[in-house]
Write a protein that binds this ligand. Structure first.
Ligand code: OOG
Ligand code: NI
Length: 461
């Protein structure tokens, strides 16, 4: 029998093989990321593996997909449910980017620490918002919804196997192979000609709307490897002549442990795609819809740490506006150095980042009673703190990634009131609970503290 995590790992591998065939620059990116990881491991030793074993990091990928309707998203949830992945977090990108990005998103991922260690494959999944009048007028909305209602992204056989894998948490080898084959196939780029007039009409609103609602299929939009030193990776890719976007999104490179998520990307080449003209004739066109992205993951921040991160984003924006000639990266570095602790211990002491706690094997054995707070236990050598890696995404960075790969600005009608969507709405729309990332990290921390308390005979909270 093939278990859910084995299915998940195998799916990530097969998707990676498919994407490498379709987007060769992705293979270069993966090769360079692996070289950087090996070099970092050699230079920094065990410290390089503080936020995940090299085995985990080497296999680690996130994908991104985009769908058109809640019903399609429900099916996506069934397919990823088969792989032991659950929807976590709500991201509203409709106002996060300067260009028109009419989507709200979540990420499917494993939530249990053991499952994450086995294979942390995750997929950032966006849902089009045709009902938002800032992007779509009533006429376009109804034609778009009719177009979406008429397509079938996922064959019934795939969904049936998915339900079985989710319910039984495993599949026979034969069924697993069939499931993997079908699941990878639905994310390949279709060769079916696109309706030129329809695609272009949507593109005038938003390139993302056209990518989602202008075609009768879906595809994986990018697949992202994880790298241990993203600054070094950026240099090496640039040296190879691959044009990267001009920034690394997220926190600046700095002294001290990596925090949250740093990402950068390059735009994939135009890919040939047949287009059907209004007169019915077929022409050879080209679309630039897929790209490459790479990321470095850091420690998960608490709500207080996240508030500090968000404050710094604004601070960096303000300073950059005040000094237009200044180097933004340098500004960010200076502000971060002034405001953000550079050690794990201080991050923990100020409750800015998440750690789990573990009774230290070499703890004092001279008969002294352990102190009764987790901070004192740590400084007294009774417990070790391990950083919790950030498993989620950042709305501002996500918007930046969308943005940097769009050809046109699109159009947003600012005279209209948008529709308020939130995590509860999304849970209702897909009929599954969208989990709160902070609650997951908090649970991990408190469970570890409770275990330490039991082990040392203390009443810790
Ligand atoms: C998703 C963009 C967001 C990330 O890594 O932040 C994302 C998309 O382009 O569909 O993948
Ligand atoms: Ni991404």
């Amino acid at each position: 029998m093939i278990s859910q995590w084995q299915l998940r790992a195998a799916f990530a591998v097969r998707l990676s093989e498919m994407y490498g065939r379709e987007v060769p620059a992705y293979t270069t990116l993966v090769d360079v990321a692996h070289q950087v990881n090996e070099d970092t491991l050699r230079a920094r030793g065990a410290d390089a593996e503080r936020l995940g074993s090299i085995g985990r990091v080497t296999a680690e990928r996130h994908g991104a997909i985009r769908v058109g309707t809640p019903a399609e998203l429900r099916d996506v949830a069934r397919i990823f449910g088969a792989l032991g992945m659950r929807p976590v977090g709500f991201y509203d990108l409709r106002e996060a980017a300067a260009s028109a990005v009419p989507v709200v998103s979540t990420a499917f991922r494993p939530v249990d620490p053991g499952e994450l260690a086995r294979n942390p494959f995750r997929v950032f999944t966006s849902l089009l918002t045709p009902a938002d009048p800032r992007f779509f007028d009533a006429g376009l909305r109804s034609r778009l919804e009719a177009f979406l209602a008429d397509r079938e992204l996922f064959p019934p056989e795939l969904l049936h196997l998915a339900d079985r894998a989710e319910a039984e948490r495993e599949l026979t080898e034969a069924r697993a192979m069939r499931f993997l084959h079908l699941a990878v196939q639905v994310f390949e780029l279709s060769a079916e000609p696109i309706d030129q007039a329809w695609y272009e009409e949507l593109e005038r609103v938003s390139a993302v709307a056209a990518d989602i609602g202008g075609v009768r299929s879906t595809h994986i939009n990018h697949l992202t490897p994880r790298v241990l030193d993203i600054d070094e990776l950026y240099r090496r890719m640039t040296d190879r002549g691959i044009e990267m976007i001009d920034t690394i999104q997220g926190p600046p490179g700095r002294q001290g442990p990596d925090l949250l998520l740093r990402q950068t990307s390059f735009r994939a080449l135009a890919e040939p795609r047949a287009q059907r003209r209004p007169d019915g004739s077929i022409t050879r066109g080209a679309l630039r819809v897929r790209f490459g992205e790479v990321e470095a993951r850091g420690i998960a921040l608490t709500p207080a740490g996240r508030a500090l991160y968000d404050r710094l984003l604004t601070l960096v924006d303000d300073e950059a506006a005040r000094h237009p000639a200044a180097d933004r990266t340098e500004l960010a570095r200076t502000l971060w150095a002034a405001h953000v602790p550079a050690t794990e211990r201080e991050l923990a002491a100020r409750d800015l980042a998440y750690f789990t706690y573990h009774a230290a094997p070499g703890r004092p054995r001279d008969g002294t009673r352990p102190p009764a707070t987790i901070g004192a236990l740590e400084s007294g050598g009774w417990v070790r703190a391990e950083p919790v890696v950030y498993e989620d995404f950042l709305p501002r960075s996500a918007a930046g990634i969308f943005q940097s790969n769009l050809s046109g600005e699109g159009a947003r009608n600012t005279g209209q009131e948008g529709i308020a969507y939130d995590s509860d709405w999304l849970s209702g729309a897909i009929d599954r609970e969208v989990l709160d990332p902070y609650a997951l990290y908090e649970h991990q921390r408190s469970r570890s503290i409770a275990a330490v308390g039991r082990e040392l005979g203390l009443d810790l909270d």
